[in-house]
Design a protein around this ligand. Sequence first.
Ligand code: SF4
Length: 326
Amino acid sequence: MHPFTYTRAADTRDALDAGRRGGRYIAGGTTLVDLMRQTVEHPEALVDITGLPLREVGVTERGGLRIGALVSMAEAAARTRVRTLYPVVSEALELSASAQLRNMATLGGNIMQRTRCTYFRDVTADCNKREPGSGCAALHGHNRTHAILGTSDACVATHPSDVAVALAALEATVHLLGPDGERHVPFADFLLRPRSTPHREQSVRQGELITAVEIPALPRPLKSGYLKVRDRQSYEFALTSAAVALHVRGGVIRAAKVAAGGVGTVPWKLPAVEAHLIGERPSRQLWTTAAERAARGARPLAHNRFKVELLKRTVERQLSIVGGTK
Ligand code: SF4
């Protein structure tokens, strides 16, 4: 591990000052400390932000739900408002990592976490994300768990977060505070596809701090849930996953929010699936024809062609679970 300094921010202004000087924010530390130990990351200054007042969960004036960036994954999953208003968020959180990690890790840290591509964490391997211009060992290496959507010639790594898939489906907004003030970034713009700059993963500016995530108000009644398919039933990343929220009134689907995980370089919103559902009556046939649209544009690699079919089946199954016609 490289040498670094450690300070605890006394308040938000203190944190922003340190961030502006190049300090890296740390809260739960469940990703960053690992990466520092592996010498993948070597920040010179860590700024502990765990003392900041960013732990509230509450309904906004607009009727949405605001979750503070420092709320732990475990606490966010357990909060009654999250469980009752957006079960898809609770389920995605509870299917993530391990109990110990969920107790330590924060929501803000979760959406800032870096890829689990093994080559990224192996400092002897070529990796454009870790070392721009060095190449991508996964392209012609072992790429069974890698992405089939949103890839580029520079990087094919998946985004590892489960809750980010739920937030993408629900069209959440990330609240940021920086030297130039506050700004709100739609989740679709927050996480960046690799293109030719895979080392840039989030649209966060120097010194900016995530303060909260806001989930918008959605028409009620709303049924939602998260399905995760993985090689083992705990402490494992998704091969595929599906976050689904449906508003059905008068027997007709009036609103549909759908995104997939484990398949994209970012959580993969599925507008073609959503459009196919709206205005239709729930049925097994509808779930099948909608899910057929889930893998449009997929570019499988040598070892992950199975994800194309698995993605469709995951989306179909979760539509049937949430839509109620299993
Ligand atoms: Fe690095 Fe991305 Fe290639 Fe993995 S897939 S080796 S993270 S450039």
